[in-house]
Ligand binder design. Structure first.
Ligand code: FAD
Length: 285
C-alpha cells in the first residue's frame, strides 16, 4: 500500500506567530537556524477570526525581508470577503505566491454567531481562485486519521475532494505517527481521482503532556506503545526526546521510502528537533 519514492521531494517548515516581542526575538534566531537547512518554504499559522493577525503579518514580513519563500496560512472562519481580499493583496505586494488555505476553528469566546462569509475551506479556495486566478499556489489541510468533526471517512474524503476541485494544488496533512494511515488515505484519494501531492505533516515529539493534549483535540492518534513508553519516562525530558526522535525518524524514513512527496515539519518554533531529523535523514543532500 505504498508508492515508489519520488525524485524531488519538498521539505518545508511551519512556524506560529509569537505573542510577545521577546518571543519574536527568539523566533528570529530559530528562523536563521532553520533557514540554514534550506527548506523549500516557511509557512506561518494564522488564528481563526484574525486572533493572531498582527503576529502572522510580522512573522511573514520578517521572513520576506530575508528573501525567504513564505506561505502564510489563512483561516477563513469569522472573516469577511473584504478582509480576505485585503490580506491577499498585501501578500501579493510582498511577493508571496503560496498560501495554506484553511477553515480554522474559532477560538473559544470569540465570535459565536459570527462565522463570517466563509463556511468551509473549499469556499476560501474558490474565492481565491475567483479573485486572484493562479496568483497563488494553494495548499489545503488533509487528515489521514480523519477530521474530528467529520461524519464518516467517506464524507471527509468527499469534503477533501471539494477543496481540490475548488482549485487546491496540494495538501499538507495533520500529523500522525502511523505511516499506514497516510498510505491508506493517499490510496483512497487516488481511487477518487484526487491526484494532487499530499505532503505528510510531521510533529517532532519533545513534550509528552503537550502532545497528548494536542492529539486529543485534533484527532491524531499516538499509538499505544508510543504513549506507554512516553508515559513511562515521566519527567525525564532527555529520554522523551531521544525516544521521540527515534519514532519520528523511523516514520519519516518509512514515508519517504513509500513515495511521500515531501515532509512538512511542525517546528513549534524550535529548530533543534527538526535540525536533528533533517541531518539524520540527509534532507539537505
Ligand atoms: P475544512 O476542510 O473546511 O473541513 C472542516 C470540517 O468540515 C471537516 O470535518 C470536513 O469534513 C467538513 N467539511 C468540509 N467541507 C464541507 C462542506 N462543503 N460541507 C460539509 N462539511 C464540510 N487552524 C488555524 O486556525 N490556523 C492555522 O494556521 C492552521 N493551520 C493548519 C495547517 C495544517 C496543515 C492543518 C492540517 C491544520 C491546520 N489548522 C489551522 C487546523 C484546522 O484549521 C482545523 O483542523 C479545522 O478544524 C479544519 O480546517 P480545514 O481547513 O481542514 O477545514
Amino acid at each position: 500500500m505504498s508508492f515508489p519514492p519520488v525524485s524531488n521531494p519538498l521539505y518545508s517548515v511551519e512556524l506560529f506567530p509569537p505573542k510577545t516581542p521577546e518571543g519574536m526575538d527568539k523566533l528570529k534566531l530559530e528562523i536563521a537556524r532553520l533557514n540554514a537547512l534550506g527548506p523549500a518554504y516557511f509557512s506561518v499559522t494564522y488564528g481563526a477570526g484574525g486572533s493572531t493577525r498582527e503576529g502572522t503579518f510580522e512573522t511573514v514580513a520578517w521572513l520576506r525581508g530575508l528573501g525567504i519563500e513564505t506561505a502564510p496560512h489563512l483561516a477563513c472562519i469569522g472573516s469577511s470577503r473584504d478582509e480576505v481580499r485585503e490580506i491577499l493583496n498585501q501578500y501579493l505586494g510582498q511577493g508571496i505566491r503560496r498560501l495554506v488555505a484553511l477553515r480554522g476553528d474559532m477560538p473559544s469566546g470569540m465570535g459565536a454567531g459570527n462565522s463570517g462569509d466563509f463556511r468551509y475551506a473549499n469556499d476560501l479556495v474558490s474565492f481565491v481562485r475567483a479573485e486572484f486566478g493562479d496568483a497563488f499556489q494553494i495548499e489545503v489541510a488533509a487528515y489521514p486519521e480523519y477530521h474530528p468533526q467529520s461524519g464518516s471517512p467517506a464524507r471527509d474524503l468527499e469534503n477533501f475532494k471539494r477543496k481540490v476541485e475548488a482549485g487546491a494544488d496540494g495538501a499538507i496533512t495533520q500529523y500522525f505517527y502511523n505511516a499506514d494511515a497516510y498510505f491508506a488515505f493517499v490510496e483512497s484519494c487516488r481511487k477518487e481521482g484526487i491526484e494532487v501531492p499530499i505532503i505528510p505533516g510531521i510533529m517532532p515529539i519533545t513534550n509528552y503532556t503537550q502532545l497528548a493534549r494536542f492529539s486529543d483535540t485534533c484527532g491524531a492518534e499516538i499509538p499505544r506503545w508510543v504513549r506507554r513508553r512516553l508515559e513511562g519516562y515521566g519527567d525525564d525530558v532527555e529520554s522523551i526526546r531521544a525516544f521521540g526522535h527515534e519514532v519520528v525518524q523511523r516514520l519519516c524514513r518509512e514515508l519517504l521510502a513509500g513515495g511521500a512527496p515531501g515532509l512538512h515539519f511542525y517546528t513549534m518554533n524550535q529548530s533543534g528537533p527538526v535540525q536533528a531529523l533533517w541531518r539524520e535523514l540527509g534532507l539537505s543532500d
